[in-house]
Structures are given as structure tokens and as C-alpha cells.
Design a binder for this molecule. Structure first.
Ligand code: P6P
Length: 334
């Protein structure tokens, strides 16, 4: 494949599809640059005095790692001066972050999980950044949380970076899914995969199986069949992977198929799942659907859900279309 930069790719996407106006291109290039900075900080590990906990909790009540806070600050500082955004929202911040008055306001809303997979930071397992882009509602003057509460189908772009053996950036603007690999010598994102497609069939599933005793019947039925292998209803053997970093699990699935599941369970009946809708499930659902996969909460498309709160959680079943449709049908049967 011809090696082109993120900038050239976005300019070509604009020419071909007229869906990447210059303000959006600027936004995506700035987010890409911020991910390079985060990758550099993450890569220092113990040498950078950035491992360990920050001694604080985020809005989710989770212990914040120093790198969570640093990554959040990198994204805020990179994006607030450009004039392309009206406001930002982050897993690490209780409320939205309007653009400071000293900067011009743009027409986009940016949401992100600045560093997903925090439990893996200190043990050198792949982690990443997930982001989602919405348009600010027409006529909005002062951004409020309500302006962010749009269904995932309204996203104009979504992406994630994986800080692993390679640093990659996966991106969609609604015209398929493309992957860029960070050329560390040049400090540049280089297009390395174009039009990624998820195999509709798979023999690999991803779930935290230690929660099995808490699952509801449709999930138990589905996983039991997978584990029964070729002697069971499915007639074939399945393999399991669970990295506990959504970006790493999703990236594997994007490249070789699979189904990723984080279901609701009986531990907290009123908690719909662990993952967050606005800045984890929605961007990943956009990417997965653009790659020919499917993404539901067990009942409906994740991207159809009308959000009611910025940090609301959702059950997630995403990946190879045939498997997502099967486990979703088991929920409808129940
Ligand atoms: P568990 C990471 O904390 C995360 O939000 C996702 O990246 C990951 O898929 C999930 O939680 C892991 O959860 O319960 O297996 O630790």
C-alpha cells in the first residue's frame, strides 16, 4: 500500500466523500497529535515517574492513575485553542469542559476516555485512547451536558489509539475504517490498513469469565454453547481471549474477528453494564459497524440508544456480525 500520512488521507477523504470539512480534519489531526504525546508518556513507564495512582478518584469512583490524569490534560490542552470545538467531555471529568472564553468556539463536541485499560498501565499491557466526535446542536450558544446526549448514530467521527508493541490509530469518518501506524523516527502517522473488514464468522470470544455466576440466562446459554465446543450445539471449538483493555480486544477483533462482551449482571441489577456509552461503547460501535460488524446492548443497536446521562453505562456485545446477532437473539428469546 502507498504510504500516506494522516493529513493526506483526510484531504483525500474530503475530496472523495465531502464528509471531512477542514474544521473536522483539524480536529482529527490534533487528536492524532495528542495521542502521539500520550504514547510517548506511556512508553516511558517507570522512567517517566508517571506510573502508579494519583491518590484521587474519578467520577466513576475509580482510583485515578497518574497517566489517566496526564492523558486527560494532554487532550484538553491540545484541543482547546484550535477554534474547532465547542466543548469536551471525558471519563476523567465529572462535567463537560467548555472551551475557555479566550479561544474561539467551533461546531464540534469531542468526547474521550483518555486512557482506557488503566488496570494494565503499571504492568505494561496495551492500553489506549478512545474518542468520539459529535456536532454541536444548531443554534447552541453555551454548551451544556444536554448537547452531548446524542445517539451514537449522530457521530461524525470516532477512533482509538492503542499504545502497544506498535502505536496505532484507528479512525472512521463514516466511510470505512482505516488504521495508521506511528512512525516513531518521523513522529508521523502512516496509513497501514485501508477499509478494514471484520470477518462475519469467528471462533474466538472475549469476556471476563470470572463473572460467570452473575450472568443472566441469555449470556450463560451463549457461553455454555461456545465452551461445549464441537460436541455441543455449535459443533465447533472456540478460543477465548480477555486483555481487559477494550482498545486491545477490539483491535484484535477488527483484524481477525471475534466477539467482545461486557454484559450487565446480577451483582447490580440497576447497573446496565460496566462500559460507558458516550465515550467507549458508541465510538467502538461506530468503528465496528463501519467495518461490517455489529454492536448491541443485547437488545438493540448501541448507536440507537438515546443517552440520558453523560457517564451512563451500557452492556456491550460487539464484533463479528453472526455471533453478535446470535447472542442478541438469545436475549430476545428470553
Ligand atoms: P474487568 C478497562 O478498565 C475497561 O474499562 C475496559 O477497557 C475493559 O474491557 C474492561 O474495563 C475490563 O473490565 O472487569 O475485566 O477488569
Amino acid at each position: 500500500m502507498k504510504r500516506i500520512s494522516l493529513t493526506q488521507h483526510l484531504v483525500e477523504e474530503q475530496r472523495q466523500h465531502n464528509k471531512v470539512p477542514s474544521e473536522l480534519r483539524l480536529l482529527l489531526e490534533i487528536v492524532g497529535r495528542a495521542c502521539k504525546t500520550i504514547s510517548h508518556a506511556v512508553g516511558k513507564g517507570a522512567l517517566g515517574e508517571v506510573l502508579g495512582s494519583a491518590g484521587s478518584e474519578n467520577v466513576q469512583g475509580e482510583v485515578q492513575k497518574k497517566l489517566d490524569i496526564l492523558s486527560n490534560e494532554i487532550l484538553l490542552e491540545a484541543n482547546e485553542w484550535g477554534g474547532h470545538l465547542a466543548a469536551m467531555a471525558s471519563e476523567e471529568m465529572e462535567s463537560i469542559h467548555p472551551i475557555p472564553n479566550r479561544y474561539p468556539m467551533g461546531e464540534y463536541l469531542l468526547l474521550f476516555d483518555p486512557l482506557d485499560g488503566s488496570s494494565n498501565i503499571d504492568v505494561n499491557v496495551s492500553i489506549g485512547t478512545i474518542f468520539s466526535v459529535l456536532k454541536a446542536p444548531e443554534g447552541m450558544v453555551t454548551p451544556t451536558e444536554q448537547d452531548f446526549l446524542q445517539p451514537g448514530a449522530k457521530q461524525v467521527a470516532a477512533g482509538y489509539a492503542v499504545y502497544g508493541p506498535q502505536t496505532v490509530l484507528v479512525l472512521t469518518t463514516g466511510n470505512g475504517v482505516n488504521c495508521f501506524t506511528l512512525d516513531r523516527e518521523m513522529g508521523a502517522w502512516v496509513l497501514t490498513q485501508r477499509g478494514i473488514q471484520i470477518p462475519v464468522e469467528t471462533k474466538e470470544y472475549a469476556i471476563n469469565a470470572s463473572n460467570a455466576r452473575h450472568w443472566y440466562p441469555p449470556v450463560t446459554r451463549y457461553i455454555d454453547e461456545l465452551q461445549a465446543g464441537k460436541d455441543g450445539a455449535r459443533g465447533v471449538n472456540f478460543n477465548m481471549r480477555w486483555i481487559a483493555s477494550m482498545v486491545a480486544d477490539v483491535h484484535r477483533i477488527l483484524n481477525r474477528g471475534g466477539i467482545f462482551m461486557y454484559p450487565a449482571d446480577k451483582r447490580e441489577p440497576d447497573k446496565p453494564g460496566k462500559l460507558r456509552l458516550m465515550y467507549e461503547a458508541n465510538p467502538m460501535a461506530f468503528i465496528v459497524e463501519q467495518a461490517g460488524g455489529a454492536a448491541t446492548n443485547g437488545k438493540q443497536r448501541i448507536m440507537e440508544i438515546q443517552p440520558t446521562a453523560l457517564h451512563q453505562r451500557v452492556a456491550v456485545f460487539l464484533g463479528s456480525k453472526n455471533e453478535v446477532e446470535r447472542v442478541t437473539s438469545y436475549h430476545h428469546d428470553a
